[in-house]
Design a protein around this ligand. Sequence first.
Ligand code: C2E
Ligand code: MG
Ligand code: MG
Length: 567
Amino acid sequence: QRIAHLGGWEWDFIHDRLEVSDTVCHILGIPPASFNQTQSAYLHCVHEGDRELVVEAMREAMTEGRGFDLDHRIMPTDGTERIVHLQGELLIEDSDRPQRMLGTVQDVTDQRAAEAKIYFLANYDGLTHLPNRNLFLHRITEALACGMGTSVIGAVFVLSLNRYQRISDVYGPRCSDHLLQAVAGRLQRALSTGLTAAHVPGADPTILARLGQDQFSALLPHLPAAEDSAKIAQSLLAAFDAPFAIDGSSVTLTASVGIALPGTDGTEADLLIRHAVTALTIVQDRGHSSYQYYSPSMNASIAARVGLEQDLRTGIAANQFTLYYQPQVDILSERIIGVEALIRWNHPGRGLVSPLEFIPVAEEEGLIIQLSEWVIKSASQQQKAWCNSGLPLIPISINLSSLHFRQPNLANQIRLIVHENGGDPRYLELELTEGVLMTDASTTVATLNQLKDAGFSLAIDDFGTGYSSLAYLQRFPIDTLKIDRAFVTDLKLGKSDSPIMRAIIGMGRALKLHIIGEGVETRDQLAFLRRQGCAAYQGFLFSKPVPPDQLLPLLRSHLHSPIPKSA
Ligand code: C2E
Ligand code: MG
Ligand code: MG
């Protein structure tokens, strides 16, 4: 037993008398004479962090009659932490109630260290200390089992250094090793920065691995959207922007990245890596640093998306946007009572891009605030310009995006922009969709009240498509309901009646809201809205959204002195 560092113990737990062999005392690092033969004397030697574990195991053995065995640390007596394996079982005697437990204590410190070393060698790369292919495959398999590729979006990246062999030949093996270590460090940091841009909070951790020579791989087991993998690839490549300082010389490196998406590109770890490598070879052949997806359709959609995003940034800097205006018309008198400002992007190559295409991208990239402020600014200037040209103040409706609506101190900021550009908040209406209003309704009411206090009118846009609760509708200080075009379009499809529309109009009237029907294209639709008591409409029947110069003649012929909607 002594040679095996194995000690024995016997515990009479009814009288709390614990007898231990000399080897146990030796392992615990205390002289046998000073061990006071109680459970707590033993626990006193157990590392604080493991005491609970030991007590619980012994308690369970006592109550459930099972044996136990576990590893625990002991309080270091000479400064080095030691690990022991504790084993015990209940002694079943003739008496009806067991009262003793016996077991062994073995010092397994060296054994565990050897096992850890074996595990490390089998699963980690000795040079960079990153997981190796073996562990990486294992992690992918685990993530796949947890739903990656089915219920969860993930991505597998393989990165390889361009011209590594030549660099290694020039600088020698020692330098190359340092270089690979530095690359590993940068990639690790790049992953954590890339992640702040695209990561589901609380999701499984990312892992970076070294697959071989100059080949690294990363697994992101939980992304908000497949497109976000492009951001990660970009940040991995950006890790090579600055040269590496290795042993006194400055080395410039570039890399290529191949990406495979679990699910579409494979449902097995091994296959995903192989597909990512296939994609990688395609970029490497091109000879410059970039990334590539395994699936051709993903490449196309990412390229389109990245292109649009870059163009949008350029477009904002180059001021490629204009506002079109669509009249809102009083249903009985056919007079223009206001206009809705609709943004247009006049791209030199793409032509006129629809807001439906670029507003969502601008939202995601956080560019919408700049755009939205520009819209408010330019609508205010337009309002003033019309006034200066002798027209009365024309109410303008402006669409507010959800991100903008959530900006702190929104009301003050908008009011400032309006004032600085000669607009009048009492003649400006802000359109919000149901989705914007319904998320976090309590702070929404506060923001809406501040906007009202600043003088703005408020409208719910595209009403009927979201999930507005009628109770909230009454709590929100809303002036106008704009019935979504879908309901009006429904009428065109051979239906002469729409119970939903009748209900919406009836309810809106009961709540004393100004109701506008959107997307009116035919006389029949107009007639229906008129019969139901809808106050105003907007649609191609009267006019499409047009630039200010084309609107001017319409304003001159169809305007009467408007009363502000909030008055
Ligand atoms: P929205 O606010 O509901 O605007 C009405 C949309 O319906 C406009 O599309 C308009 O051109 C279209 N429309 C109007 N009458 C008719 C009709 O009779 N028939 C048909 N088929 N369509 C009609 P547009 O200009 O493409 O804008 C689409 C959406 O983009 C807008 O829907 C709005 O949600 C958003 N948007 C436009 N400008 C801005 C902006 O400055 N800021 C923000 N955040 N969103 C904007
Ligand atoms: Mg609108
Ligand atoms: Mg609308």
